[in-house]
Design a protein around this ligand. Structure first.
Ligand code: URA
Length: 180
């Protein structure tokens, strides 16, 4: 059940553990099925998410929805969360201190949801899961196994907007999910 997840979300709503607590409009906790088999981890909320309170509801979210289509899932089947729960001003990169302050929420989300497959979207979440020296282009498309999880590093959906040459590799990860 999701009671503990709901309780954590309520606690997170008043989080002021880093400076982003003062600049956010809305804390973006995560969304989807609280007992999902597949969990996606993005980077941080953007402007739309900061306004709307849900992950991936802007331009990058359209590519994530297409990815889900290819993989044969709806948003209600999966769970989506971010490394940072609050928007960095002007969508700048998350800072190490912010990740440090925020990560206990994500660790609890992973433990409570207990996914079988974790898809890391982009460099920040991939490094958070696989280690700080990980290079996204070197691991994208590979399958890793850690504890009870399959880890699938993937380009960030926003990267497809700026560089269409990454598109095939991005959607190939969606096809790989079916093999697991
Ligand atoms: N980019 C992310 O990494 N996460 C979101 O929720 C939106 C855009």
């Amino acid at each position: 059940m999701s009671v503990q997840l709901d309780t954590l979300e309520r606690q997170a709503q008043s989080c002021q553990a880093c400076a982003l607590g003062a600049t956010r409009t809305t804390l973006v906790w995560g969304s989807g099925n609280p007992s999902a088999e597949i969990m996606f981890i993005g980077e941080a909320p953007g402007r739309k998410e900061d306004e709307g309170g849900l992950p991936f509801i802007g331009a990058a979210g359209k590519h994530l929805d297409e990815f889900l289509d290819v993989a044969g899932f709806k948003r209600d089947d999966i769970y989506i969360a971010n490394v940072l729960k609050c928007r960095p001003p002007n969508n700048r990169d998350p800072q190490p201190g912010e990740i440090e302050a925020c990560q206990h929420w994500l660790i609890d989300q992973i433990h409570l949801i207990g996914p079988r497959i974790i898809v890391t979207l982009g460099a920040f979440s991939t490094r958070w899961v696989l280690g700080k020296d990980t290079v996204i282009s070197a691991v994208q498309g590979k399958v890793f196994q850690h504890d009870n999880y399959f880890i699938l590093p993937c380009y960030h959906p926003a990267a497809i907007i700026y560089d269409n040459s990454k598109s095939d590799a991005f959607y190939q990860v969606a096809r790989n999910i079916a093999q697991l």
